[in-house]
Every structure is written in structure tokens, then in C-alpha cells.
Ligand binder design. Structure first.
Ligand SMILES: Nc1ncnc2c1ncn2[C@@H]1O[C@H](COP(=O)(O)OP(=O)(O)O)[C@@H](O)[C@H]1O
Ligand SMILES: CC(=O)N[C@@H](CCC(=O)OP(=O)(O)O)C(=O)O
Length: 249
């Protein structure tokens, strides 16, 4: 069976029992290899504010100035990555905490106005495949590096899309909403690229959902199959393909 790449982000990291249930469900998957890719933007916001830096985002992506970068790296590749791995180990899994910079994918700066935000370029499945063959669960943060060795901040939805592409995996992006919602807050079970363009133009898809649907469309195109957006509040979202929004290639 194809590997399963699950991305979690946002508030799940502070969600106590919901996080434990989700990680337990991931550890319990035995019929296929699993990779966990994580964000943690909410926690980064807290850490930046504590340091007197006001978070700045555009279309759900963080503009990352030089003063913010060490805090972003420490929070995502340090605190959150190690916390998730420790929790999964406590639940009986064999996680290995990594970043994109650990040989998974290179990045290039996204442009001067973005600061230390990167766009992913080429990658390799070598390390991930070795870990999966050994029965480990890679836990991947979205910190990448350029070929010149500079660290870059990647949006975690884009990181998950790249990891799924490298592994030719099934991709599920879990968030704090049941999927993409319409203007009346009703779940949209499936979306095409044209539907997404219209919903973005109408402002129904906004904020963090913009980068998520864009990453899902990118991955669906590369993989040639649908990518699913669902909620981390229900651990069944991991394996129940009927839950959430399917984004078609
Ligand atoms: N059409 C939409 N459907 C669902 N959520 C949306 C929509 N438009 C904007 N959002 C917002 O996007 C958020 C999810 O994105 P984000 O907070 O970046 O998630 P994560 O941190 O898990 O990646 C939702 O909580 C919601 O506030
Ligand atoms: C460039 C960029 O947007 N980086 C993100 C990486 C983490 C992330 O994407 O976290 P969520 O999935 O929880 O939103 C950030 O600094 O917040």
C-alpha cells in the first residue's frame, strides 16, 4: 500500500486529548507506512509575541524577518518536533524527528518581501524511505535549507505536499475545520481547481485555507489523485476517505 502522509497544524498542538487521540490513531496504523508532517503556526505566534515581535502573514504564510527566524526554527524544528516525537514514542510508536533540511528537500528564498521564507525545489525520498522500511514514523517539521546552507521557513501545508510527492503517497491535511466550508459554513465534499478559484475570488476561501487548498491542488496534480482536507478533531479522519473535502487533480 502507498505510504500515508498526514499533516497537522495550528491549534492541535494545544488540544490535549484530541492530540493524544490523533497520535494514537497514527501509531495504530500498521498496514502501511506513515509520515507525520507538522506545522505549529499558532505556537510560533505566541513565541514571537513574547519576544515583542508582531506576527505578519499574507495568504496564510508568515513573512519571516531575520529577528523571527531563530524563534521560528527553534519552535518548529525544536520544541514542537521533539514534543510530537516524544508523545508518539510514549504511545508506543517509533518516531524519528526530522526537518526538511535533513536531506528531504532544498528550498530557495521566496522573494525579498518574504524574508526567510522558502519555496521548495528538488528533494529526495532516500532518507524517508530508509526510515519507513525500518518501521519508523518520520515526524517532519517544515524548516528547510537552501543549497548554500541558509535555513528557510516553509509553510507546513507546502512541506506536506512535497513529502507526499517525493513518496508518491496519499496525502491528508488535517486542520481545525471539517474541510473546506462554503459561504453558509457547510462542508464541501469535493472541489476542482475551477471551484477553488471561484471560492477564492469570492473570499469564501481565505486566510490559512488559501495556502492549504493551493498546496492540496499542487500535490493532487503531481500525484494524479485527490488530496483530502479534514479535521484533526476526529481521529477517523486519518483513514476514512468519506470525511472531509476531496481536492481533485
Ligand atoms: N472556506 C473555508 N473553509 C474552512 N476554513 C476556512 C475557509 N476560509 C478560511 N478558513 C480558515 O482556515 C483555517 C484553517 O487554516 P489554518 O488556521 O492555517 O490551519 P492549520 O494551522 O491547521 O494549517 C480555519 O480555521 C478557518 O478559520
Ligand atoms: C512560511 C510559513 O508560513 N511558515 C509557517 C510554518 C508552520 C505552519 O505552516 O504551521 P501551521 O500548519 O500550523 O499553519 C509559520 O511560520 O507559521
Amino acid at each position: 500500500m502507498k505510504p500515508l502522509v498526514v499533516k497537522i497544524g495550528g491549534a492541535v498542538l494545544d488540544a490535549g486529548q484530541a492530540l493524544e487521540s490523533l497520535l494514537s490513531a497514527l501509531v495504530a496504523v500498521k498496514d502501511r507506512p506513515v509520515v507525520l508532517v507538522h506545522g505549529g503556526g499558532d505556537r510560533v505566534d505566541q513565541v514571537l509575541k513574547q519576544a515583542g515581535i508582531e506576527p505578519r502573514k499574507f495568504n496564510g504564510k508568515r513573512i519571516t524577518d531575520a529577528a523571527s527566524l531563530p524563534l521560528v526554527v527553534g519552535t518548529l524544528a525544536g520544541e514542537i518536533n521533539k514534543t510530537l516525537a516524544a508523545k508518539m514514542r510514549a504511545l508506543g510508536g517509533e518516531p524519528v524527528g526530522l526537518s526538511l533540511a535533513d536531506g528531504i528537500a532544498f528550498a530557495e528564498p521566496a522573494g525579498e518581501e518574504w524574508g526567510a521564507v522558502g519555496v521548495l525545489t528538488e528533494g529526495s525520498d532516500t532518507l524517508l524511505s530508509l526510515l519507513l522500511q525500518g518501521g519508523f514514523i518520520p515526524v517532519v517539521s517544515s524548516i528547510a535549507a537552501s543549497k548554500g546552507g541558509d535555513l528557510l521557513n516553509i509553510n507546513a501545508d507546502e512541506a506536506a505536499a512535497k513529502v507526499a510527492e517525493l513518496l508518491d503517497a496519499e496525502l491528508v491535511l488535517l486542520s481545525d475545520v471539517p474541510g473546506v466550508l462554503d459561504g453558509n459554513k457547510q462542508l464541501l465534499p469535493s472541489l476542482t481547481a475551477a471551484d477553488i478559484a471561484a471560492l477564492k475570488a469570492d473570499g469564501v476561501i481565505n486566510g490559512g485555507m488559501v495556502v492549504k487548498v493551493d498546496a492540496a491542488l499542487f500535490a493532487a496534480g503531481k500525484l494524479g489523485r485527490a488530496v483530502r482536507l479534514a479535521s484533526w478533531r476526529d481521529p477517523q479522519s486519518i483513514s476514512n476517505a468519506a470525511l472531509g473535502t476531496q481536492i481533485a487533480p
